[in-house]
Design a protein around this ligand. Structure first.
Ligand code: UD1
Length: 423
């Protein structure tokens, strides 16, 4: 599994219906939040991915019983609160493991979580998370590469979570989770407004928390003494949906998406319409079609509700086929451009200048062996392969398996020629 590759023969139009999975980036903090409660939780719509399995293993290390009684359903109940250590081996494999820090600190008064390193998309500091915990009264030190956070009692506070690149999604989740059990009121300013933060707040409120303002930059959290358990269905994955919309557009296809929230994709839909792609709401979903002609555009990624950085690489693959010059500026992760070199191997014309890529459309992309490097960059290479002349081999697809549930099965059901092979 770890060394699988995709072999794609380009040229097929995508046609048909695809069902979008629950959101990975909602699943991870919601699963971590179960550490806060006293009773069992049931979460539906959990995508079966390397990342969600990984978090389940980490929760098991931390004394939770995690069961999957049915596809998409995960039940979590904490049985033993003795261990507070998320080890380097776990955190190294998935940075988002850091979202157990807030729940452990609030519920067990102590957390020891390996400091996550950087990743392919650049340095990924967590200083804002720590600033928030300190404001709530935690003491934080670094010991042997681990963050050790302790607090006899967390106290509500007024916290500013803005950083050099705007708000922080997991930082907001972490501090919000910690504040649910703090004494008194916490106000988080410059909170992330992502739908995944709202989903987490809904889940926490169902467990008995008192959070208001989710979805706005100002969160108000009134601490409670205890949290129970909850039943919750996760929101659809807006990044998976955006990826399939772009795939349909690139192949000149006609695709219906089920389980999609277009209101979570406003910036994406707006941009794609400008480029010439038809995206229309339909009964509980969306329909996408595209005329062959794609207009170039300028786009910059921003925190929600701006254009998401997690769709930047996929949009770049699309703009490789537009009729003229486009500029893509990355405002969230300025180093997130490793896919550029791989797209160049497929005949793209892209010039990078600082955090901006200038993409000049070409008549066609040409199949080539390319390498997946991070989750979303890899998805962009698969999209490019769908339209390239000849055969594209994308190796190291374990990056894609971290965040897309059976992407090749879903693409094949729409008519794509894509196969998974062991390397
Ligand atoms: C989450 C998403 C990820 C997405 C990203 C931005 C999950 C599991 N992952 O990651 O898919 O690409 O949001 O939408 O939900 N920063 C700091 N200090 C901090 C924290 C962040 O400077 O303490 C900077 C980061 O380096 C980055 C920016 O803030 O430049 C945004 O990062 P952040 O929102 O924290 O990303 P994640 O929550 O890790």
């Amino acid at each position: 599994m770890a060394l699988d590759k995709f072999v794609i023969t380009g040229g097929n139009r995508l046609k048909g219906t695809v069902t979008i999975s629950g959101a990975k980036n909602a699943a991870l903090p919601v699963m971590a939040a179960c550490l806060l409660g006293e009773e069992p939780n049931t979460i539906d719509g959990v995508p079966d991915l390397a990342d969600t399995r990984h978090l389940a293993d980490l929760l098991a290390d931390l004394g939770a019983r995690v069961e999957r009684p049915a596809p998409g359903r995960v039940q979590i109940r904490v049985e033993d609160e003795g261990n507070v250590h998320a080890e380097y081996d776990r955190v190294r494999k998935m940075r988002a493991s850091v979202c157990v820090l807030g729940p452990l600190l609030a519920k067990r008064k102590k957390a020891r979580v390996a400091m996550p390193g950087g990743c392919q998309i650049g340095p990924r500091p967590i200083d804002l998370h720590l600033r928030g915990f300190r404001a709530l009264g935690a003491e934080i030190e670094l010991d042997g590469g681990d963050i050790v956070a302790t607090a006899k009692k967390l106290r509500g506070a007024h916290v500013f979570l803005g950083g050099p690149f705007g708000s922080t999604v997991l930082g907001t989740a972490n501090v919000m989770m910690a504040a649910t059990l703090a004494e008194g009121q916490t106000i988080i300013e410059s909170a992330a407004c992502e739908p995944e933060v709202v989903d987490l707040a809904d889940f926490l409120n169902a467990m008995g928390a008192r959070i208001s303002g989710a979805g706005s930059p100002r969160l108000v959290i009134d601490g409670v003494d205890r949290l129970g358990g909850a039943e919750h269905r996760l929101i659809p994955d807006r990044i998976e949906a955006g990826t399939f919309i772009i795939a349909a557009a690139m192949t000149n296809g006609e695709v219906a998406l089920k389980n999609v929230r277009l209101d979570h994709l406003m910036a994406v839909v707006h941009k794609l319409r400008e480029i010439g792609v038809n995206v229309e709401p339909s009964d509980g979903g969306a329909e996408v079609s595209s005329a062959r002609h794609l207009e170039p555009t300028d786009v910059a990624t921003y925190p929600y509700p701006g254009f998401p950085t997690d769709l930047q690489a996929q949009l770049m693959a699309l703009l490789c086929l537009a009729d003229g010059n486009s500029a893509i500026t990355e405002k969230v992760f300025p180093d997130r451009f490793i896919h550029v070199a791989e797209l160049l191997r497929m005949g793209a014309n892209i010039r990078k200048e600082g955090p901006t890529a200038i993409v000049t459309g070409v008549k066609r992309l040409i199949g080539a062996p390319v390498m997946a490097s991070d989750l979303r960059a890899s998805a962009a290479l698969v999209l490019a392969g769908l339209i390239a002349r000849g055969t594209t081999t994308v190796s190291r697809v374990y990056h894609i398996d971290r965040g897309y549930e059976r992407i090749e099965t879903k693409l094949r059901s729409l008519g794509a020629d894509i196969r998974r092979l062991s390397e």
